[in-house]
Design a protein around this ligand. Structure first.
Ligand SMILES: [Ca+2]
Ligand SMILES: [Ca+2]
Length: 100
């Protein structure tokens, strides 16, 4: 009886792990990629905020290196001006200066 319960708990834990992994929905990433590719030096801070919200999958108000994509990933160290290995909204706005 205990064994069954234990394997049930184990199964639940595994299921939970899977759902945590899937928080970043592919639609968000796709939307973020589209938005990112449409950005240029004339883009507004509002567009940067939308991009930020799409990329901040775990909603901790920063873009970690696992959340960065494309040009943000490539310029991560440049954008991360305070070198704390994450990009906040203010730092992401620096992307506009990098775009032409
Ligand atoms: Ca985040
Ligand atoms: Ca930072």
């Amino acid at each position: 009886m205990k064994k069954i319960l234990l394997s049930l708990v184990l199964m639940m834990t595994l299921l939970n792990c899977n759902s945590i992994k899937n928080i970043g929905s592919p639609t968000n990433i796709k939307q973020a990629a589209t938005l990112l590719s449409s950005l240029n030096s004339n883009s507004t801070e509002k567009e940067i905020s939308s991009l930020f919200n799409l990329l901040d999958i775990n909603k901790d108000a920063t873009i970690g290196n696992t959340e960065a994509i494309g040009a943000i990933e490539e310029n991560f160290n440049v954008l991360d001006t305070d070198n704390n290995f994450s990009i906040n909204l203010t730092e992401l706005k620096g992307l506009l200066a990098l775009l032409e």
